[in-house]
Design a protein around this ligand. Structure first.
Ligand SMILES: *[C@@H]1O[C@H](CO)[C@@H](O)[C@H](O)[C@H]1NC(C)=O
Ligand SMILES: *[C@@H]1O[C@H](CO)[C@@H](O)[C@H](O)[C@H]1NC(C)=O
Ligand SMILES: *[C@@H]1O[C@H](CO)[C@@H](O)[C@H](O)[C@H]1NC(C)=O
Ligand SMILES: *[C@@H]1O[C@H](CO)[C@@H](O)[C@H](O)[C@H]1NC(C)=O
Length: 408
């Protein structure tokens, strides 16, 4: 596995390893985990240097995908057991399953190198990392798991703090977990009460009760367990197949009471985001790091998922195609991608969450979904093949993590 960055490493300084990259050469030192300091943690003066973005000079969301067949070796392959069958494009023989990996995101003005899994495990020893959100966050979680498992196979599988899945890399005492939640807030089905009520008097018979101020039980304990959290939500707010505005609407509750007049889902989303961000800020230990990942774009063309829409492209989109598909003013099939982000950016403002902005870079990658290889009756133009694009999300996440460490 001689990847390009490994070849460029200058090894074996005592206590210090240096990584350098052709276009950006910079070296920074820091004490291990200064930002994660729990009362109990012993901070040893362990100097490690690592790649970080030059502060403030680069916007990773702007750039282009470059075809570069030699740019890296596979960090894992289709044999990683954690890959959900529908996402395993190599095993299901998707024609471009390996081509997907030959495109490299080139940000304008800097580089986004692949993270080094061994270095990552060493650096984030004794750390708990939680992914909280829908199946797209699981997709990202699996990518990280597979990359780490490849270099450190001794894992304990368990479900920490109510997680859907979780693994501890025993040699490093590093835990990663996935907490499944569609709306972040708790919800459940609702039917009219025979004795009446405010919603009943407005004519509601069936729907979903969404308690805007109560976190879903699957992750309520995550902030007190994890040192680093990565959130997402979005797809389920724009999923009329489940939350049909007429036959099964979202009915929002606050402090146990229905909100009257009823809110539309986009207003409900704003309130849920506010409540959930406050909840996390209150319940996470002071050094904990919180990320909100922006919306993962879908690429249905020729109709939505239930209208025969497909994603048959074998190459990334051109910039003008991206605008045509995603610009809000075109109001196309996948318009929710940028709409969700507007809500998200507004909610995050003034909080101490970090934004992990993957949307624009991912908008280009119409080629990287399972498509017909997903094994469903309809094309899967929402999730991502693994290995694939969420590997790059993790590169960005880890780059961001390192830059925060250095700043503190
Ligand atoms: C980065 O670029 C995106 C897209 O042009 C823009 O929306 C965003 O505000 C920029 N971020 C920063 C930190 O400048
Ligand atoms: C993929 O191709 C291999 C080799 O041709 C074959 O054995 C396997 O059954 C195929 N898998 C699927 C899901 O079609
Ligand atoms: C493993 O890491 C956790 C913190 O994430 C810490 O509480 C625990 O003591 C560590 N265990 C060992 C054996 O070091
Ligand atoms: C966008 O398109 C959908 C149908 O595809 C329509 O229901 C909605 O009203 C449109 N929104 C705007 C702002 O034009």
């Amino acid at each position: 596995m001689a990847t390009r960055d490994q070849k460029k490493r200058i090894p074996l300084f005592p206590l210090v390893s240096l990584l350098c990259f052709a276009s950006i050469f910079f070296v920074l030192s820091f004490s291990r985990r200064p930002f994660l300091s729990r009362q109990t943690s012993q901070l040893k003066p362990n100097l490690i240097s690592h790649p970080t973005p030059p502060s403030g000079s680069c916007n990773y969301t702007q750039g282009s995908w470059i075809y570069d067949p030699n740019w890296r070796s596979e960090r894992y392959d289709g044999t990683c057991k954690e890959i959900f069958k529908g996402w395993n494009c190599i095993a299901s023989n998707k024609s471009n399953a390996r081509e997907i990996l030959k495109w490299r995101w080139q940000p304008k003005g800097c580089d986004l190198p692949p993270f080094d899994p061994v270095w990552f495990l060493e650096t984030y020893r004794d750390t708990n990392i939680g992914f909280v959100g829908d199946s797209l966050n699981r997709n990202m979680f699996v990518s990280l798991f597979c990359a780490l498992k490849r270099v450190s196979s001794e894992v304990k599988k368990w479900r920490p703090a109510g997680a859907d899945r979780g693994f501890t890399f025993l040699h490093y005492n590093l835990t990663i977990a996935y907490h499944r939640t569609n709306l972040l807030a708790r919800y459940g089905s609702w039917s009219a009460n025979a004795n009446g009520g405010e919603l009943e008097s407005l004519g509601y018979k069936e729907g979903y009760r969404v308690d805007m101020d109560i976190p879903d039980g699957t992750w309520a304990n995550a902030p007190s367990f994890h040192d680093i959290l990565i959130f997402n939500t979005g797809h389920w707010w724009w999923a009329p197949s489940k939350f049909d505005p007429v036959t099964s609407p979202m009915l929002f509750f606050e402090r146990g009471q229905p909100v009257i007049p009823p809110l539309t889902p986009d207003v409900g989303l704003d309130k849920v985001l506010k409540y959930m961000i406050l909840f996390v800020e209150k319940n996470m230990h002071p050094g904990g790091l919180k990320f909100f990942r922006t919306q993962s774009p879908r690429h249905f063309e020729g109709g939505d998922w239930d209208q025969g829409g497909s994603c048959l492209r074998l190459k990334p989109l051109l910039p003008e195609q991206v605008e045509e598909l995603f610009s809000i003013k075109n109001n196309g099939t996948n318009v929710e991608s940028r709409l969700v982000n507007q809500h998200l950016f507004k909610a995050i403002e003034g909080s101490n969450f970090h934004i992990l902005d993957i949307t624009h870079m991912t908008e280009f990658r119409a080629d990287a979904h399972p498509s017909t290889a997903g094994g469903k009756r309809h094309d899967d133009c929402m999730h991502w093949c693994l290995p694939g694009i969420t590997d790059t999300w993790n590169d960005l996440f880890i780059m961001h993590l390192n830059s925060i460490k250095v700043r503190n």
